[in-house]
Write a protein that binds this ligand. Structure first.
Ligand code: NAD
Length: 256
């Protein structure tokens, strides 16, 4: 319960793709949603006075936006503290921001490796730590969901991506155990293939073939972003009150 205020959710990378859909779902669930992203995207704009008054963005979804680069440890702490001060707390954090680089290991540059590790692993740690510290101080605690991937088990041509997505599972179960008795639940969602940014870049780069992928998915179709958002919505709800440190695969049976 968040006595006297609307529950607050931060979605990193919430200006586009799966993150935007997660934000939309959490708005429907009654949250004040703040998309923390480097870009405003098509669906959220910087706050101005009229945004504050109406709480709406261009698409009519009441998702607020704050500029944030999750790789900047100090900036994450500052922005999260400012959000907690303005909105009264942080009840939900979804670590969704993620990037990838497509190249075989032998050709991968150090910069490509580092860029992906910075966003997908260091960025998740930065936000998990800043969000978790705020939640541990709140009487109402909080819930965190990290977005991993079926690629955590390995994905040819995507070494830094799959490595960081596996690391996120370890960080999730560790944080889930550390904070389970202190009112903060931490879980992960590992999506299968969703027709949004990361997947489209893979197809465009020739690393991912749509036909090959579809032939390997028992459900014989890609996921809709809303199906990932449904799992996030469940994990942050009281329906999942005894779930700590788990990774939920939402993949049409891909991992079977
Ligand atoms: P996307 O590229 O459409 O959206 C990612 C968002 O993250 C963008 O709005 C981008 O601006 C933001 N972002 C990137 N770097 C950032 C940074 N340093 N700080 C803040 N924001 C940053 O990607 P998507 O397909 O929606 O993927 C979202 C998440 O889901 C990622 O973590 C991705 O790895 C994961 N995922 C995607 C798929 C898929 O098939 N699309 C499958 C499994 C997991």
């Amino acid at each position: 319960a968040t006595a006297g205020r609307a529950p607050v959710a931060i979605v990193t990378g919430g200006a586009g793709g799966i993150g935007w859909e997660i934000g939309r779902r959490l708005v429907a669930d009654g949250y004040t949603v703040i998309a923390c992203d480097m870009v405003p995207g098509l669906t959220a704009e910087p706050l101005d006075d009229s945004d504050r008054a109406h709480g709406t963005d261009r698409a009519g979804v009441p998702t607020l936006w704050r500029e944030l680069n999750v790789t900047d440890h100090a900036q994450v702490a500052e922005v999260f503290a400012a959000i907690a001060a303005e909105f009264g707390g942080i009840d939900v954090l979804v670590n969704n921001a993620g990037i990838q680089r497509h190249r075989g290991i032998e050709d991968l540059s150090w910069e490509e490796w580092e860029a992906v590790v910075n966003v997908n692993l260091h960025g998740v740690f930065n936000a998990l730590q800043a969000g978790g510290k705020q939640m541990l101080e709140q009487p109402e605690g909080g819930r965190i969901v990290n977005i991993s991937s079926v690629s955590a088990r390995g994905s040819a041509g995507r070494a830094p991506y799959s490595t960081t997505k596996a690391a996120v599972i370890g960080l999730t179960s560790t944080a889930g155990a550390e904070w389970a008795a202190r009112g903060v639940r931490v879980n992960a969602v590992a999506p299968g293939y969703v027709d949004t940014g990361v997947f489209r870049q893979g197809v465009a780069a020739g690393t991912l073939s749509l036909d090959t992928i579809l032939s390997r998915i028992p459900a014989k179709r890609l996921a809709q972003a809303g199906e990932i958002a449904n799992a996030v919505s469940f994990l942050v709800s009281d329906q999942a009150s005894y779930m700590n440190g788990q990774t939920l695969y939402v993949d049409g049976g891909f991992m079977i």
